[in-house]
Design a protein around this ligand. Structure first.
Ligand code: NAP
Length: 461
């Protein structure tokens, strides 16, 4: 291999405290922001640009040279230029041989090109040590110093030493490098900033769909039915009454949907007699978005609490209570206290309060700052055991609310059940199946399967 003087200094270790010069190709937004941050961190910066004229946008202590001259001054060259212009690098291939070339580029679309930009760069510069880094950090965050939300920098590359040099720079800038492995990981790293809440899509669509369905269902039974058959206009129910029916129903169903894939997975494993076969794709996807489903359920439960707390302020509730008192006064008759009803209403409220408290606890433990501070067993205890307890309390809260009333014929308008009855289908199914799964005769083989036992071993000894 032909080693030029610039190549020899390419990977020379830095023995003094002085930082090595870094070259940045491109004086655009990102190049300037990164150069500024590097100069602040003590790195001499030299820019490689098509124009060597110094503009006042360029950091004060930086040099601006032609690409070839700038590249010869540094062992690390950061390419702050869009991929579509990379062809200009081909004539510089010899100068860049043996150097660490950092690709920071992003695309406009997911998987826009057959290969990642970093792999494309390494095809254009076969002698260079290409490393992917910095693409998840924005120029604005670098410049303004607001890096709290995006302190992590994904780094990948085939040359360990080159990757280490880039990771040292990342650390010196006050950021956290995360080694993602070889250059094969570059495509995933380039797709990362283009993703739009990938884990939230399914839970959000499901929540929208179910909310719209239950809202229309309540509208038909509580407003339209009453208007047609009782000639009463309860259209104002749309503001608080109906949302306060839909929110608890959604909270309960979504919480049950967090635990349903777990019991389905257990049934599949018991049926197959092994854990070494993949679950169907839909079940895999469902399991991956359980945290998001749980958080949306918590949001619905919180709305239910707020809607319930403002109830006494509603003029409809004040009117209904006043009407009851006046009718008792007119009839000169006080309704006796029904202790069964008092028990039911207090138990209903107590179950709701306890259920909501545990719901909030589950939400708090799912925060990364909290879950990072508990071990795997503690996390499972909270998310599984306390999670099921929350589901039991919330299901009991709904059952006690419905009580005997669920069986009354007036609960069936147009022969349709009340939404509270519908909301119990999924949670009751989950709880019944879970109850069966904890029986020793079912739990024992399931535990064995999860520890690697197979009914029909694939490899006989
Ligand atoms: P930009 O403002 O458009 O700057 C790109 C620079 O490339 C130009 O200033 C120019 O520098 C150089 N250039 C343009 N056409 C060229 C050509 N035909 N040949 C050679 N050089 C050319 O873009 P940017 O926002 O800085 O982004 C640069 C790279 O960083 C992109 O790959 C982008 O995906 C990535 N990135 C940007 C951000 C961000 O927040 N902006 C975040 C992460 C990653 P000279 O005039 O000095 O030659």
């Amino acid at each position: 291999m032909n080693k030029t003087s610039s190549n020899i200094m390419a990977l020379a270790p830095n023995t003094s405290n002085k930082r090595e010069t870094v070259c940045i190709f491109g004086t655009g937004d990102f190049g300037r922001a990164l150069g500024h941050k590097m100069i602040q961190s003590g790195y001499p910066v030299v820019y490689g640009s098509r124009s060597t004229q110094i503009s006042n946008l360029i950091p004060k202590d930086a040099e601006v040279l032609s690409h070839a001259e700038a590249a010869q001054k540094a062992a690390i060259i950061i390419i702050a230029i869009q991929r579509q212009h990379y062809n200009f690098l081909i004539p510089l291939a010899e100068i860049l041989r043996g150097k660490v070339v950092v690709d920071i580029s992003n695309n406009l679309k997911l998987n826009q090109y057959p290969e990642s930009n970093a792999e494309y760069l390494s095809q254009l510069l076969p002698g260079a040590k290409v490393v992917k880094a910095f693409n998840t950090v924005s120029a604005w965050a670098l410049q303004s110093g607001t890096l709290d939300a995006s302190r992590q920098v994904f780094v990948c590359g085939d040359d360990m030493e080159a990757k280490q040099m880039v990771m040292n720079i990342v650390r010196a800038l006050g950021l956290t490098p995360l080694d993602q492995g070889s250059l094969l990981a570059a495509q995933g790293i380039e797709n990362y900033p283009l993703q739009l809440f990938p884990m939230w899509k399914l839970p959000i669509f499901l929540s929208f769909g179910l909310t719209a369905f239950f809202f229309c269902y309540c509208l038909a039974l509580d407003v339209i039915y009453t208007y047609i058959y009782e000639n009463k206009n309860f259209s104002f129910f749309i503001a608080i009454t109906i949302p306060n029916r839909v929110c608890p129903v959604m909270a309960l169903i979504l919480l049950a949907l967090v635990y349903l894939p777990g019991v389905l997975a257990a049934i599949i494993q018991l049926y197959r007699g092994t854990k070494y076969r993949r679950f169907p794709d839909w079940l895999d996807k469902w399991m991956l978005c359980r945290k998001q489903l749980g958080l949306i359920a918590l949001a619905f439960a919180s709305l239910h609490v707020l809607f319930t707390l403002v109830s006494p302020m509603r003029s409809f509730v004040k009117w209904r209570n006043g009407k009851g008192i006046i009718s008792q006064a007119l009839n000169n008759k006080t309704e006796p206290l029904d202790s069964t009803n008092a028990w039911l209403s207090d138990s209903y409220l107590a179950l709701g309060i306890l259920g909501f408290f545990l719901f909030v606890l589950l939400g708090i433990t799912s925060l990364p700052s909290v879950s990072n501070n508990v071990n795997w067993r503690e996390f499972r205890f909270v998310q599984s055991k306390l999670g099921y307890l929350t589901l039991i309390l919330c299901t009991a809260h709904t059952l006690v609310y419905g009580g005997k009333w669920f069986l009354s014929p007036s609960a069936y308008k147009w022969y349709l059940p009340n939404i509270y009855m519908l909301s119990l289908v999924v949670p009751c199914t989950v709880l019944v199946v879970k109850f069966v799964l904890v029986f020793p005769c079912v739990d024992k083989p399931l535990t064995q399967i999860r520890q690697g036992w197979e009914r029909t071993p694939r490899y006989s000894e």
